[in-house]
Design a binder for this molecule. Sequence first.
Ligand code: ADE
Ligand code: ZN
Length: 338
Amino acid sequence: MLNEQLRHMLQAMPKAELHIHIEGSLEPELIFELAQRNRVALPYASVEALRQAYAFTDLQSFLDIYYAGASVLLTEQDFYDMTMAYLRRAAADNVRHAEIFFDPQTHTARGVPFKTVVDGIWRACQDGPISATLIMCFLRHLSEDDAIATLEEALPFRDKLIGVGLDSSEVGHPPEKFARVFERARNLGLHLVAHAGEEGPPAYIESALDVLNVERIDHGVRCLEDPDLTARLVREQMALTVCPLSNIKLRVFDVMGDSNLRRLLDAGLVATLNSDDPAYFGGYINDNYLAAFDALPLDVDHARQLAKNSFAAAFLEPERKRAYLAEVDAFFDAAQAA
Ligand code: ADE
Ligand code: ZN
């Protein structure tokens, strides 16, 4: 349960965010502003009408609206403004470091050049108030050939990326569909992650590990359905980027009290807490911490563990990782001594 002291600690503690789709940070107000700026017609009369449409029944019902929202992004400045708004908001939540997903195919399919997308997002990361790096995601509802062509298009921008990921409609699009493109990305020295076990079965988590060789699993909450897989994830200390508000909005769990976050931590899994698509799911990272700790039996030791897991699982130089982990311990030691 959440008392005032724990609430303050959750908000103030240093943390990393490892699962945030930058297109999912596009607030309705900014969607309308960009639509006006770019003379794009929207099928919603107002910001309020758009917000009203955010009543999702599953992942696909969300993705349909999420891709429609992204259609207002046309210029490098649009991508810059979206990213800068997220970085400022994350800084206010005491996020020290963010590893940001973006979906280039959503934009290149509309005729927006790859360079416009990457340059806008990347320039904001250079100018923004916190450390931020980029993970390019492939849309799994499209073909592997399309993903391979996207990776080829990214080659001139290799230095602006730390990794590749896999997102969009999960069920029916298993990780093994993308074996070759992940192999190619691995040979380029990119880090590898994939959404698995959000709506899809535990077998998708297994094939993300065995076929794609990923280093983190995005969501992964369905792993507990398979005890052998759970034991393996613990043994390998494989991080899961869990997104509690997302799981409720997309009906993975009915209510926050049903979230398995506490059980994941009890099992010894390296769970981290993240916002996924904050503009669509009712909150940024601290809103996720507060909602989860309000509904679940989580205490200050879980808060420290989650903050440490977020840095331990980040794609950071060992020295920076150690410094952030020390900062977390110093924060909690001071707060608990007071
Ligand atoms: N794209 C944006 N958010 C996503 C999610 N939660 N799952 C899969 N694809 C996504
Ligand atoms: Zn996601």
